[in-house]
Design a protein around this ligand. Structure first.
Ligand code: BTN
Length: 254
C-alpha cells in the first residue's frame, strides 16, 4: 500500500490487523507526536465509532477502516471542513476504482441508491491559537455481503452495488490521491471556496426539499447548496434563507 502512495502527502502508514477504532488509535499516535500525513489502517475494528455516539459496524477484512492525521495551519473552526474534503476524495476514489456513481449526502455520507456506503468522522485537538491535530476517520463498506439486523436496509457495500469484490488497497490509494489534490486547494483558499462547485455537483440534497432537525424546532426548506464554510444553505418555505451548520442539526431528505 505504501509503495503505491510514495511521493504523495502520506508520510507513514500504521497498520493493525485488529484494533479498537482507528480514530482512537490515530488520536493516541497524534498525542505521541505522529507527523502530519500519518494514515492508520486496520482490517477489523472491535469498537468502531460513528457520529452521535453510534457504533460503526466493522466486520473483519471486508471494509475500509482508516484515519488520517493532519496538522494543518488553520483555525479550529475550519476543521470540520476537512470532513467535506474527505467526502469529495471518497467520491472520486470510488468512481475511479469501481466506476460507481455515488452522491454525497451533506455533510459527509456517501450514498448510492439511497443507501449508505461510507461515513466520515472528524475529531480534533485544538486550543484557541490553533489546531494540534485533526483526525479524519473514513469507513467505506467495500466488500460486505450482508449487514447486521440493526443496520437493516439503510446500508450497502461497493461489492453489492457493483457485483464484484473491490481491491481495498487500490481504493485506499485512490482516495488518498484525490484527497491530496482537494486538500491543497482547501489550504490555498483557507476555505471550501474552490471546492464548493464540485461538492454541490455531487450533492444528493441539491435543489431538494430537506427537513432540518434543529433542536430549537424542525423545519423544511429547499437545499440550495453549500457555502465556502461547508454550511448548507436552505431556503425556507417563507423565502427566508438560512445556513445550517453541520453537527448542530441533522438533515433528512423528504
Ligand atoms: C458516521 O457516519 O457515523 C461516521 C462513521 C465513521 C467510521 C470510521 S471507520 C474508521 C474510523 N474509526 C472509527 O471508529 N470510526 C471511523
Amino acid at each position: 500500500l505504501m509503495s503505491s502512495m510514495e511521493g504523495g502527502f502520506i508520510k507513514k502508514i500504521v497498520y493493525y490487523e485488529e484494533t479498537d477504532s482507528t480514530n482512537i488509535r490515530a488520536r493516541k499516535l497524534a498525542e505521541e507526536g505522529a507527523p502530519d500525513g500519518t494514515l492508520v489502517v486496520t482490517d477489523f475494528q472491535n469498537a468502531g465509532r460513528g457520529r452521535r455516539g453510534r457504533m460503526w459496524v466493522s466486520p473483519s477484512g471486508t471494509g475500509i477502516f482508516m484515519s488520517l492525521i493532519l496538522r494543518p495551519d488553520i483555525l479550529p473552526s475550519s476543521a470540520s471542513m476537512l470532513t467535506l474534503v474527505a467526502a469529495l476524495a471518497v467520491y472520486d476514489g470510488i468512481k475511479e476504482t469501481t466506476g460507481l456513481e455515488t452522491v454525497i449526502k451533506w455533510p459527509n455520507d456517501i450514498v448510492a441508491e439511497g443507501k449508505k456506503l461510507c461515513g466520515i468522522l472528524t475529531e480534533m485537538s485544538a486550543e484557541l491559537e490553533g489546531i494540534h491535530y485533526v483526525v479524519t476517520g473514513i469507513g467505506i463498506n467495500a466488500n460486505m455481503t450482508e449487514f447486521p439486523e440493526e443496520v437493516g436496509e439503510s446500508a450497502t457495500s461497493l461489492s453489492i452495488m457493483t457485483g464484484g469484490p473491490v481491491r481495498r488497497s487500490r481504493l485506499i490509494a485512490a482516495v488518498m490521491k484525490a484527497y491530496e489534490g482537494y486538500y491543497e486547494k482547501f489550504k490555498s483558499c483557507g476555505s471550501l471556496a474552490g471546492l464548493m462547485d464540485v461538492y454541490n455537483e455531487h450533492m444528493a440534497n441539491l435543489g431538494r426539499e430537506v427537513k432540518v432537525l434543529d433542536p430549537a424546532g424542525a423545519y423544511t426548506g429547499k437545499a440550495l447548496g453549500i457555502d465556502e464554510k461547508g454550511e448548507l444553505i436552505v431556503e425556507k418555505a417563507d423565502g427566508k434563507v438560512v445556513r445550517v451548520v453541520s453537527g448542530e442539526v441533522s438533515v433528512r431528505g423528504i
